[in-house]
Write a new protein. Structure first.
Length: 300
């Protein structure tokens, strides 16, 4: 007769434990150069529908890279990027493979510079995939038809926000800015950054000054959502794009990049408004210049 195996208490017949250890949620190290839980944030391109991996750069602004690595000899030296610790750097790290910005391969527009034969073939394949997505209805290119809000409402689609005496261009209206932190269910938080219980910013007119040594603009004042009068911790909460709940939980990781873009009056002149927001636009009135600051609760 074969001897019968007897399992020890708390273990299977093969010696493995009968109880599983509780799963630990992923966390971001305090010294991590990127606050993102993932090394890349995949998202379809708004103009061609192909996948783009978004990485944070050393100065904080994101960049979209092609999701696959390419042989280094096939890429021009100026187009080579590498990723280290979740941060993208515009250089070559010495390996046989590197990354390339998606803008060089996007088939929705003209290539910014002449492409090599392998890159031209890759761009052609992306164009064929875009055509298949359009034919099947799986992708609709982004349009620039104008704001989605009614014309009677005076509400900037991309307002200019001043935080810690720095100006940023938001990706959506102030009351629609969403928290980027991860919830306990491992989804992105749906709470807005604007909290009615916290002090709000002030819509005010500020000079449309230039930056980085540029010449001053001839335009006068522009509408800015000013947060510099708020306490430092509230401004940091806005800068990191977190709701009041996740601002008190710094261990929670970020599932997306903050939507702030450093404001440049020459590049973003289309988003400069010379009057303060109002509930309804009053026809027949000239732009409000030199008016005193008016306070609104985020939604204008």
């Amino acid at each position: 007769m074969q001897p019968r195996h007897t399992a020890a208490p708390g273990r299977h017949w093969n010696g493995s434990p009968t109880t599983r250890l509780p799963l630990r949620p992923l966390r971001v190290a305090a010294d991590s150069p990127s606050r993102l839980l993932c090394t890349a944030q995949p998202a379809p391109c708004r103009t061609c529908g192909n996948r783009t991996d978004w990485y944070a750069r050393s100065h904080g602004r994101p960049i979209g890279l092609h999701p696959h690595e390419l042989p280094t000899p096939a890429l021009p030296a100026a187009c080579r990027w590498h990723v280290a610790s979740g941060v993208a750097y515009p250089s070559h790290d010495g390996s046989a493979w590197c990354r390339i910005p998606h803008t060089l391969l996007c088939p929705a527009g003209e290539a910014p510079e002449p492409l090599t034969a392998p890159l031209a073939e890759l761009r052609r394949r992306l164009a064929l995939r875009t055509r298949r997505l359009l034919d099947t209805g799986a992708f609709t290119p982004a349009t620039t038809a104008g704001p989605s809000v009614p014309a009677a409402a005076c509400r900037p689609d991309r307002p200019i926000v001043q935080i810690l005496y720095g100006r940023y261009l938001a990706a959506c209206p102030v009351d629609a800015i969403q928290c980027v932190a991860q919830t306990r269910r491992r989804h992105r938080c749906t709470s807005p950054v604007l909290d009615p219980a916290d002090p709000s910013g002030i819509w005010t007119l500020m000079p449309a000054t230039a930056c980085h040594g540029q010449l001053a603009l001839p335009a006068g004042d522009m509408a800015v959502y000013d947060l510099t009068h708020l306490p430092y911790d509230i401004q940091i909460r806005w800068r990191t794009q977190r709701c009041t709940t996740h601002a008190a939980a710094p261990a929670a990781a970020d599932l997306d990049l903050a939507d702030w873009e450093p404001f440049d009056p020459l590049l973003h002149h289309a988003h400069i408004h010379h009057r303060l927001p109002d509930r309804a636009r009053r026809t027949g009135h000239a732009p409000l210049r030199g008016c005193p600051a008016r306070r609104f609760r985020g939604e204008a």
